[in-house]
Write a protein that binds this ligand. Structure first.
Ligand SMILES: C[S@@+](CC[C@H](N)C(=O)[O-])C[C@H]1O[C@@H](n2cnc3c(N)ncnc32)[C@H](O)[C@@H]1O
Length: 168
């Protein structure tokens, strides 16, 4: 499921607001959102993007691998979050576009945000292809995020449904 064009445009704008930013995408797919984030970033920005499916990453690598600002990682997202949490790396922008860092390992992902850093998720509005019970998971995640005093949240009923949270 590639990200929608208007969400990608939003991501590009947010990346442009942090031109030297250190960005993380969880769920590379074939690299569509990665391309837009790179387009927004300045020459000193960087993007690490993680997926566990080599055949998607091969596409991202073919189209984006020549950009020195991108680091394409083949890993389970939860395992990646655990490893990076033990290191000093922190991020200005996290786009959590898979289960890891969104419906799983949320604390680990949010711990990786710098103050002023932005956490972005999409697909928060009901969709016909949602499996049974997914709506309750979405609501639970929204409630969880809304209760976190360390985050300033906007929930946008726009496009496929986007939440942007800034870390205080
Ligand atoms: C919604 S798609 C990502 C779309 C992508 N961001 C884009 O802009 O086109 C979700 C991706 O998460 C990946 N994925 C699923 N489970 C994962 C896991 N445990 N760890 C890492 N990636 C995972 C899938 O292979 C898939 O490419």
């Amino acid at each position: 499921m590639p990200s929608e064009v208007d969400v990608n445009a939003l991501l590009r704008t947010l990346a442009a607001a942090k031109p030297a930013g250190c960005c993380l995408e969880l769920g590379t797919g074939t690299g569509l959102a990665s391309a837009w984030i790179l387009d927004g970033l300045g020459p000193n920005g960087s993007l690490t993007t993680v997926d566990n499916e080599p055949k998607w990453l091969d596409v991202a690598q073919a189209y984006l691998g020549g950009d020195s600002r991108i680091n394409i990682v083949c890993s389970d997202g939860d395992e990646f979050l655990r490893q990076v949490n033990a290191q000093a790396t922190r991020y200005d922008l996290i786009f959590a576009d898979t289960w890891s860092g969104k419906y799983r390992s949320l604390d680990l992902a949010l711990d990786l945000l710098l103050p002023g850093g932005l956490y972005v998720i999409d697909d928060m509005l009901p969709q016909s292809n949602w499996p049974e019970g997914h709506g309750a998971k979405v609501q639970s995640l929204m409630n969880d995020l809304a209760q976190r005093s360390a985050l300033q949240i906007s929930s946008l009923a726009w496009s496929c449904g986007v939440v942007i949270a800034a870390k205080l």
